[in-house]
Write a protein that binds this ligand. Structure first.
Ligand code: FES
Length: 144
């Protein structure tokens, strides 16, 4: 099933360069605008459920990432890949390069139609880590 919902007027996100969060199909989703580009991802960080809506946007190796405020994991907004810096100690001088841990965070499709933003939830399998954290957190919240 494809689930698409309206988020609101594009200008609200683009002018404020800001974000909104929505609970969609039982999942917290973050929709944000960075330099005029719209992105969407699960709101909980794939590492340990940190609040990505409070993260900073930064570019690493030419890729736009959201940096989790809890432990500074870097997640690409286009694919949901975790990035890390690797060092080749045998190079002289030791050389640092950016590498990918693979797709860890679920990202969603954002489209603009008639100056309104629409979010289409990515339900592809297998589930990535950020989904498991959502369910864990929901259970946790119910127990409290
Ligand atoms: S919870 Fe996001 S980096 Fe640890």
């Amino acid at each position: 099933t494809i689930l698409t919902i309206g988020i609101g007027p594009t200008r609200v996100l683009v002018i404020t360069n800001d974000h909104v969060t929505r609970l969609v199909g039982g999942r917290d989703v973050l929709v944000l605008c960075h330099k005029g580009q719209l992105h969407a991802t699960d709101m909980r960080c794939c590492h340990s459920g940190g609040p990505l809506q409070e993260g900073d946007m930064e570019e690493f190796d030419g890729r736009i990432c959201i940096v989790c405020p809890w432990h500074k994991y870097k997640i690409t907004l286009a694919e949901g890949e975790g990035l890390y810096q690797a060092v080749n100690p045998s190079a002289t001088p030791p050389k640092q390069t950016w590498r990918s841990k693979g797709v860890k965070q679920r990202v969603h499709k954002v489209t603009e139609v008639n100056k309104n933003v629409y979010l289409t939830i990515n339900d592809s399998e297998p589930p990535v880590i950020s989904i498991q954290l959502q369910y864990k957190s929901t259970v946790h919240n119910c127990v409290k």
